[in-house]
Write a protein that binds this ligand. Structure first.
Ligand code: NDP
Length: 484
């Protein structure tokens, strides 16, 4: 058999390394010489291997895939990704837990991130959603406080049921998401077995420059499957990376997970008359009012070759929308347009969009006048002009991409969030009532299992909220706590 010729090991500067096992010492018993620059480089680089962990969504699995259009929705949007039935677009997905750190267990009760990057020919479209259609808060000014309540106690350095329920008990708009989190769907059996949602209201713009409001739903074709608390706890101890391994191995076996993308569409003007604010992230749009319309199929079909390069360095941002898809007045979405790009600049550096996994795949799509900055590793714009306007054929703006004007009215103010108004209880109540008996039993048992660990004053506040959603919901939690 012909011997495979292996490459010579080198320093980062390409200098051949004579010995990777023994450091250079003065005499047989040392000490080590400072002159051993290879040893110094090896240790120094190792010290710098960790980049800042994402403050939320640190633990994740990811894979590459394909999106295929199955239904014509061009009357709503001119976006190229949906331009033709049968059209395929490459994408990458990253699926995370929210509160745990990078080494935390996968099978915990937590919302899951469902972040997708589609490499379209008009730039990258990132849909940075969750496995739930709503969120705990509707105003981003609360976000750092909310996340602090989910993270570690400042003194004990442990996660705290009291901190979580204390926050939720004083923020009634969170009840809808809390009900989903403690329902049977709070611990998915795996990434293939959960739905994904864009969660926010976004907008579509069609070729006639008409605007529609849109919600995105990725419905799992594997069927929803979930763990009960006890099973999940056991697996968390036995194999903390259960979901990560399960996705990787399924793709290796060519069992490619698939989701059907569906959208709900609301004509622009109907937003003013809808029964509640359609830009409120704590609410869904009823399927009866806005039925789901099929768009296409998302398939994950290729594992990363290198996790750090392709998944850890993947930078998703709700600001990455492409022509034909845009934002809405959703306050949480508006804030995320800032905070994701800001996080990536902190985490990966100012040139994070030039990292291969984040680069648009179509040729000549990214043409900017951005230059220099840490870790600029491409040709940095070569000899081309670095200012605009210029007379040297540099890229120019194209007014065809202007969106139709969006009418906004009102006086600038900090509009009080009315807390505990009936409206906040309608949808959690609807959800409770549509659950089967077994689902309701699980919900109550999961809530009681956590709420029993918190001070009685906080329990009482929560029982009021549950009761406002549905009398029996509150009564059953109260009974559950009493019977302990
Ligand atoms: P529908 O009866 O048309 O839809 C009910 C939805 O609830 C279905 O999408 C179903 O998902 C989902 N669902 C069932 N069990 C759970 C659970 N434990 N956690 C989360 N979702 C669940 O009703 P409406 O559109 O009028 O909505 C009623 C309630 O359903 C809402 O208040 C909301 O809580 C919930 N819901 C609504 C969604 C929407 O976009 N309208 C989306 C998700 C939830 P599936 O079909 O996959 O089983």
């Amino acid at each position: 058999m012909k011997k495979k010729i292996r490459k010579t090991l080198t320093t980062a500067a390409g200098i051949p390394v004579p010995d990777n096992q023994t450091s250079l010492t003065a005499g047989k018993r040392g000490p080590t010489l400072l002159q051993d620059h290879y040893l110094l480089e090896k240790l120094a680089h190792f010290n710098r291997e960790r980049i800042p962990e994402r403050v939320v969504h640190a633990k994740a699995a990811g894979a590459h895939g394909t999106f295929t259009v199955t239904n014509d929705i061009t009357k709503y949007t001119k976006t190229r990704i949906f331009s033709k039935v049968g059209k395929q677009t490459e994408m990458i997905g990253r699926f995370s837990t929210v509160a745990g750190e990078k080494g935390s267990a996968d099978t915990v009760r937590d919302v899951r991130g469902f972040a997708l990057k589609f490499y379209t020919e008009e730039g990258n479209w990132d849909l940075v959603g969750n496995n739930t259609p709503v969120f705990f808060i509707r105003d981003a000014i609360k976000f750092p406080d909310f996340i602090h309540s989910q993270k570690r106690d400042p003194q004990t350095n442990r996660r705290s049921d009291t901190m979580q329920w204390d926050f939720w008990s004083q923020v009634p708009e969170s009840l809808h998401q809390v009900t989903i989190l403690f329902s049977d769907r709070g611990i998915p059996k795996g990434i293939p077995y959960m739905n994904g949602y864009g969660s926010h209201t976004f907008s579509f713009i069609n070729a006639e420059n008409e605007r529609f409001w849109v919600k995105f739903h990725f419905k799992t074709q594997q069927g929803i499957q979930c763990f009960r608390q006890k099973e999940a706890d056991t697996i968390a101890g036995e194999d903390p990376d259960y979901h990560t391994g399960q996705l990787f191995e399924a793709i290796e076996r060519k069992e490619f997970p698939r989701w059907t993308l569906k959208v709900q569409i609301m004509p622009e003007k109907e937003a003013d008359e809808y029964k509640f604010n359609p830009f409120d992230l704590t609410k869904v749009w009823s399927h009866k009012d806005y039925p789901l319309i099929e768009v296409g199929i998302l398939e994950l079909n290729r594992n990363p070759i290198n996790y750090f390069a392709e998944i850890e360095q993947a930078a998703f941002s709700p600001s990455n929308v492409v022509p034909g898809i845009s934002f809405s007045p959703d306050k949480m979405l508006q804030a995320r347009i800032f905070s994701y790009t800001d996080a990536h600049r902190y985490r990966l550096g100012v040139n994070y969009e030039r990292i291969p996994v984040n680069l648009p795949k179509a040729a000549n799509v990214a043409n900017t006048y951005q230059r220099d900055g840490f870790m600029r590793c491409d040709d940095n714009g070569g000899p081309g002009p670095n200012y605009e306007p210029n007379s040297f054929d540099g890229p120019v703006e194209d007014p065809d991409y202007n969106e139709p004007p969006l009418k906004i009215s009102g006086s600038a103010d900090r509009y009080e969030q009315k807390r505990g108004v009936d409206e906040d209880y309608i949808q959690p109540g609807d959800l409770y009532r549509l659950m089967s008996e077994d689902q309701q039993d699980q919900l109550i048992s999961n809530i009681v299992g956590s709420l029993k660990k918190v001070p009685v004053e906080i329990q009482k506040k929560m029982i009021v909220h549950f009761s406002k959603a549905d009398k029996s919901y509150g009564e059953r939690v109260a009974e559950g706590l009493k019977s302990l």
